[in-house]
Design a protein around this ligand. Structure first.
Ligand code: GLN
Length: 196
């Protein structure tokens, strides 16, 4: 089993560490590879798009042809997880910030996202949320987006103060928070279990 982490920008190494720990917990032999180049995602069984700056990550994955590889994995029905900026990039539609910056999205997740949705006062915070299939979970939010609208095939996994912060559409997971920044690897384990 091979899991790729898109490594162009953002909290890449944290996802690699969390995925490795989750594989150990599940007693699964697997390889986790961070990549900045094309050719790795296409040979993987699953891919993670980390948090960071969505404009930057988007620009680099389209420039370096990693975006097309993510789309192919999606076509093949392989699991994809986007966290924070990664969620924004997976979305079909964004808010005016996404449009103004001409951030090109992958359009995989049938949702509309709003960038930096918690405002300046709450740039970064922790909150306990309830995640469907996981349970109580301490989530770390950093300049987090939210999901404003969801399509028919999208299941809402978690809300925080009535705002949607975790969704799943088939084997695609989108999280507004950062599971890689806590010691709790349950979300990474949940993701790995989706791999055939
Ligand atoms: N605010 C960032 C963006 O909109 C996302 C923040 C994050 O990934 N931690 O791109």
């Amino acid at each position: 089993m091979k899991i790729a982490v898109v490594g162009v920008q953002g909290d890449v190494e944290e996802h690699v560490i969390a995925l490795k720990k989750a594989l150990r917990n599940l007693k699964i032999d697997g390889e986790v590879v961070a990549t900045r180049r094309k050719g790795v995602v296409s040979k993987s069984d699953a891919v993670v798009i980390p948090g960071g700056e969505s404009t930057t990550i988007s620009r680099l994955i389209w420039r370096d042809s990693i975006a097309e590889e993510i789309l192919s994995l999606y076509e093949e029905g392989k699991p994809i997880m986007g966290t924070c900026a990664g969620l924004i990039i997976l979305a079909k539609r964004g808010d005016e910030q996404v449009e103004k910056t001409r951030t090109k999205l992958l359009g995989i997740l049938d949702v509309k996202v709003k960038r930096n949705a918690f405002g300046r006062q709450r740039e970064s915070f922790e909150a306990e949320i309830d995640v469907k299939g996981i349970g109580k979970y301490k989530a770390v939010f950093i300049r987090a987006p939210i999901v404003e609208e969801v399509g028919e095939k999208v299941e809402v996994l978690a809300k925080f103060e009535d705002k949607i912060v975790a969704v799943q559409q088939g084997k695609v997971l989108g999280l507004a928070f950062h599971p890689e920044l806590t010691d709790d690897t349950r979300i990474h384990e949940y993701f790995i279990k989706m791999i055939d």
